[in-house]
Design a protein around this ligand. Sequence first.
Ligand code: HEM
Length: 438
Amino acid sequence: MIWWPVYFLALCVATFLFLKYKHNYWRRRGVRQFEPEFFFGNVREAVQGKAKIIEICRKYYYDLKKKNELYGGIYLFYSPVLLPVNPELIKQILTKDFEHFTSHGLFHHENDYMHNHLFNVEGEIWKNLRSKLTPTFTSGKMKGMYEILYSLADRLEKKTGNYAKTGKPVEIKEHAACFGTDVVATCFFGLDSDCLNVPESEFRKYGKLIFAPRPVRFVMEMLINWNLLGALGHTFAPKKITKFFTQVITETVAYRKKNNVSRKDYMDLLIQLQNENQLNEKELIANTMVMYAAGFETSSTTTTFLMYELAKNQDIQDKVREEILGICKKNQSGEVTYDDLADMKYSEMCIYETLRRYSPATEVPRCCTKTYTVPGTDTVIEKDTFVIIPAWLIHMDPEFYPNPEKFNPENFAAEHKHSRHDFVFMPFGGGPRLCRYR
Ligand code: HEM
């Protein structure tokens, strides 16, 4: 009995030394590391909701650059994370050496069918799925969707006009998110969610829920073995989200099949893949849900910040208006067609500048899927090591964009665009996993 305190003390010391050892992972490999804190590693402020991970990385980014390092190492709790800061190395990881980094490194487990979507799967499964889903976004399909979008824009115009008449402040992010949800619901589900007029609609409610911060889930996924976590019933999305989307999608598919409905949209293509046994029902559900999630949040965030900057910069707003009105005048219908979009060069520059300044995806995640030696060095990146590509920090780096805080569409004038490294603008990621729905 007398020995129990000694055993306990020995266990505490052994645990402490083991955790210290884990937090020396990068140092042992000769990689510059940023001192991790006990338990949290380098992300305590993110867990406490005080800062985003990308904001925490900012000081490491500039420190690495100052010391002429191409990359450094941080820790998500006890998981080592590679932080590359050099555009050429980033390009190499995303493109040439992509086969070593085919994963986004998000939680997945075979018990949970909702994880089985394009953003989440990796390796050969990802490659097959991506090539099956690619035909959903041909320019012909986009043209078709543009018509649907145009009709929704009427609704947006009316609603915005009504807001303007009242003269009261409007929560533009919510307004844009409702419009984005309506667009995605109609393009992918073939359903009219009408969130613009019914903001408490189920689609909006679950959309908000998908992006609600979930620090406890994050901590669990970082600290507990994923096989164990999955076996204990942990899932990619909270269960009520899975339940809602499963029900909506199952009913829509059943309705279309029963009534022979065809809208030549994304859902049609997935049903066709299912009929050809290339996709099972659960994969169909997961891949429809991910389009919804990935589609509305990114586009409505971009719209919100674009509105914000246009409101602040009257001269830029005037130029955008002039461009749009010029096109309307040119067309007999007085409308902007899908083909006209290609001529809206200045508006496009404003959208790109918004994506630079306020990138919805602040970092591009990768996970090492095959041991990798960083070119020109003897640093070996082991399988399962996370990689954070700090896209937004690069977008805000004065070395690449002078006066980066300033909203300056001229950053995307042809002469500036072509004079920069091709991997210092990556709001849509890069390489084979690049977002092709942009
Ligand atoms: C402003 C708009 C958008 C931004 C900034 C954006 C950003 C991104 C980024 C950064 C990635 C990761 C790419 C990589 O890992 O290299 C991604 C992937 C993806 N995005 Fe987007 N996205 C946008 C719009 C959309 C839309 C509208 C959809 C769907 C309709 C969508 C669906 C997806 C999907 C399914 C993936 C996974 C692709 C794969 O792993 O093969 N995104 N997006």
